[in-house]
Design a protein around this ligand. Structure first.
Ligand SMILES: Cc1ncc(COP(=O)(O)O)c(C=O)c1O
Length: 380
């Protein structure tokens, strides 16, 4: 493995405290039930309550949750699923996991989410679902997308991996579609290291999630503490979240309001400071969209993005490109043979730069980043 770089300002920092350590230690000290148990159930209830859905099922990652959603809704061979290319690769891989074809639609520039008009243009007789992504904590135009899904009778899935707690006029993302998915990977709004969940209001889909998560077995009692042999009634996976992870999740979700307030406060400061640099554009979603800033990304014009990145690296400030288009990855181009034209996605991907950002970022750090950007442009 290559050595980690020694950044003065890393891209993200995990927000954790003593309660997180205690939560994990408590499960370990019990010396039993480290696999799924009461903490998983409690974490699920807390998520459902926070997000505003009837049901939540935790998985071992957001990717497993996406996979389970498509399986639960019987998406499979011969089906097409519309996805953005401006996303993390697993959004697009999920249809492939179930034998369906991801079809790429372009994004729009207000939110960097799917462009409803381009989604509609890409609907064919085979289209079965849309997976909308809320990029970096910014809600996408999910209300318009949901209307299209309704009109064409499509499944609407929200990949809200990056947007736990984001809202549109008081309604949380993840609740607009048939099912929503969140990730608790280490750079997300709340984190359990690895982990994820799917939320829905459908009891039937909830029951399918439970079977898919744990080998297709009907678990009327906890598998490991019961002496009974349960029935295996369907094909399933081991997508389970452990008790240790769920306990950390419970401790993290208790802090979510505080985490989001801190992110929003510092994002406001960052946006204000960046007004001093006219060569860098910020993303400006509609005012009634409540963003949680999982990422803090800007657009760098005049083809200067890569040089700016290099310059900031020399100043030990980490930046990263979230995202390069999925349809241009080696796998999609060379192995799957994708050739598509997504002009907005490609322009945005050439300009986007994700700057360091975390709830506990100091004002001095933000100022240092902005001053670095200014110096770069002065030097040309
Ligand atoms: C948009 C998006 N979808 C899906 C995922 C997958 O989540 P996980 O890393 O928990 O599998 C991520 C996480 O990086 C993501 O950013």
């Amino acid at each position: 493995m290559r050595k980690a770089m020694n950044w003065d300002i890393p891209l993200f920092k995990i927000y954790w405290d003593k309660e997180d350590i205690e939560a994990v230690s408590d499960v370990i000290r019990k010396g039993m039930m480290w696999t799924a148990g009461p903490a998983v159930k409690k974490f699920e209830a807390m998520i459902a309550d926070y997000v505003g859905t009837k049901y939540c099922v935790c998985f071992n990652s957001g990717t497993s949750a996406l996979h389970a959603v498509l399986l639960a809704y019987d998406i499979g061979r011969g089906d097409e699923v519309i996805v953005p290319s401006f996303t993390f690769v697993s959004t697009c891989n999920a249809p492939l996991f179930v034998g369906a074809k991801p079809v790429f639609a372009d994004i729009e520039e207000d939110t960097l989410g799917l462009d409803p008009e381009d989604v509609e243009r890409n609907i064919s007789k085979r289209t079965k679902a849309i997976i909308a992504v809320h990029y970096g904590g910014i809600p996408c135009k999910v209300e318009e997308l949901r209307e299209i899904a309704k009109e064409y009778g499509l499944l609407m899935v929200e990949d809200a991996a990056e947007a736990f707690g984001a809202e549109i006029r008081g309604r949380k993302v993840g609740t607009f579609g048939d099912a929503g998915v969140f990730s608790f990977c280490q750079n997300k709004i709340i984190t359990t290291g690895e982990g994820g969940c799917a939320v829905t209001n459908s009891r039937e889909i909830y029951n399918k999630f439970l079977l898919l998560r744990s080998h297709g077995r009907r678990e009327d009692e906890n598998y490991f503490s019961s002496n009974k042999s349960p029935e295996y009634i369907d094909l399933g996976y081991n997508f389970r979240m452990s008790e240790i992870v769920a306990s950390l999740g419970i401790s993290q979700i208790k802090k979510v309001g505080d985490i989001i307030n801190k992110r929003r406060k510092m994002a406001e400061f960052f946006l204000k400071k960046l007004k001093e640099v006219d060569r860098v554009e910020t993303i400006l979603p509609p005012e009634d969209y409540f963003c949680v800033y999982q990422l803090f990304s800007v657009r760098v014009k005049e083809g200067k993005r890569d040089k700016l990145m290099e310059y900031l690296s020399k100043e030990k400030i980490m930046t990263k490109i979230y995202f390069k288009p999925v349809h241009l990855t080696y796998f999609y181009r060379e192995k799957l043979g994708y050739r598509c034209s997504l002009p907005v996605t490609e322009t945005v991907s050439n300009e986007i730069l994700t700057l360091p950002f975390y709830p506990q970022i100091a004002r001095e750090e933000v100022i240092r980043i902005v001053e670095g950007i200014k110096r770069f442009f002065v030097r040309g």
